[in-house]
Design a protein around this ligand. Structure first.
Ligand code: GLN
Length: 410
């Protein structure tokens, strides 16, 4: 059998493909040339499984999605206290390119708006650090987070720098108020190169899964950020990641997120998943129209919301192989992550005759996890395996496998 998760992601894309509203960003001329029909979606679990669909090989510039990760670098380089002296953590309620300095402290309101992100870039490594080294710092960090060597799109960088008057104006303002100590032109050039790093949706999902996992990259198992930094970054994404729509987004979708003007969108659910989406046409807030809707759909279908209670018990999946029968046992409150892992293990199943799903140690299934587990059993049955279920507490409500068939209860 094959895990159904990529099929589900492909369905989400198909459902939204007709939406051709919005337009590519045109204030950066190079972005206006992007193929607007590209569309891709990827999920990486905190245990390191990556699932994707659509234009998964398409590379696009990370743009503002670089902001949370560069903020993490600034915190690690300078310490949180020093960073807070220069950049606040309050929602701005304004668009991404709003100047928005706090009237009392002159700090940018948060690191997700451009003023705060330019200030964060200027904090990297130390005062008067070499501009090249600051760019190398973020490129190296982002590459480790994604688990592959990333590169900068020089055309996008040059194109934005030529039209960067707005960001330059902000940087000069930050310099005047003592938030920026270095040459505004050099800092804006460095920040613009940071925004021009090329990524795919899978890269974004893995970078976000590292945050979800408290700073440990779930595929390489390397600790890249300390847990407090990851927590700080996720909190600020929840507060200000979606700019002037942050409150509507957090209540309705409930996935702390960050968008970029090239059409990327990244989201994170602590302990669970990192999500990356991409489609170039933007809505009036500068967020990708289709990527935004894909997140809305995922949140709705999968019950993925930061404040959906999980009762705090971890979900666990285990597998035991005897020659003819393979037993998959689940424990705890089963959510997307354990169900995804269960499907991966089922995909690798080598049992000849029978598979047993043992849910005697399960307290509850989320709706999506229940559907995923049953879909795994259904596919194994189509692969001509005898499907058995051990569910003494009847936690798996109505376990039908299609065609009116049920697993045999043991
Ligand atoms: N590089 C872009 C800028 O500074 C990033 C904006 C964005 O992605 N929202 O304007």
């Amino acid at each position: 059998m094959q895990t159904p998760i990529p099929d589900y992601l492909a369905e989400v894309l198909d459902k939204l493909r007709d939406d051709v509203s919005g337009a590519t960003a045109d204030y950066i001329p190079e972005l206006a040339n992007a193929n607007p029909d590209q569309f891709a979606l990827a999920i990486t679990t905190a245990t390191g499984g990556t699932y994707s669909a659509g234009d998964t090989n398409a590379e696009f510039s990370i743009q503002s999605i670089s902001k949370p990760f560069a903020y993490a670098a600034a915190i690690m380089d300078r310490g949180l206290d020093r960073v807070i002296e220069s950049i606040g953590v309050e929602p701005s309620g304004e668009a991404f390119n709003e100047l928005s300095l706090d009237p009392e402290t002159n700090r940018p309101k948060n690191p997700m708006i451009n003023a705060g992100a330019i200030a964060a870039h200027g904090l990297l490594l130390g005062d008067k650090a070499d501009p090249e080294e600051r760019v190398a710092r973020v490129l190296e960090l982002f590459s480790r987070l994604a688990g592959r060597q990333l590169r900068i799109d020089d055309k996008v960088f040059q194109s934005e720098l030529e039209t960067a008057d707005h960001n330059l104006a902000m940087a000069h303002m930050l310099k005047k108020y003592g938030i920026l100590n270095d040459d505004p032109h050099e800092v804006v050039a460095g920040y613009t190169r940071q925004c021009s790093i090329l990524v795919t949706v899978e890269d974004l999902s893995i970078m976000a899964a590292t945050l979800a996992n408290g700073g440990v990259q779930p595929r390489t198992r390397e600790r890249i950020l300390d847990a407090d930094t990851a927590r700080q970054v996720m909190s600020v994404m929840a507060v200000a990641g979606m700019y002037d729509g942050a409150g509507d987004w957090l209540t309705r979708v409930g996935i702390p997120a960050k968008s970029g003007v090239a059409g990327g969108l990244v989201g994170v659910l602590p302990d669970q998943v990192g999500i990356g989406a991409f489609s170039p046409r933007l809505d009036k807030h500068g967020n990708s129209q289709r990527a935004r809707r894909a997140f809305e759909q995922l949140s709705k279908d999968m019950g993925m919301h930061l404040f959906a209670p999980s009762n705090g018990r971890l979900d666990v999946v285990d597998v035991k192989l005897e020659t003819l029968k393979e037993t998959f046992s689940l424990q705890g409150n089963v959510q997307f992550t354990a169900a995804a892992e269960l499907l991966d293990l089922m995909e690798k199943s080598t049992a000849q005759n029978a598979v047993l799903l043992d849910v005697s140690g399960v307290y509850s299934f989320t709706d999506v996890a229940r559907r995923m587990a049953l879909e795994g059993l259904r596919r194994l049955r189509l692969d001509k395996r005898h499907v058995l279920l051990h569910d003494p507490w009847q936690v798996l409500a109505d376990p039908h496998l299609g065609d009116g068939l049920y697993p045999e209860n043991v």
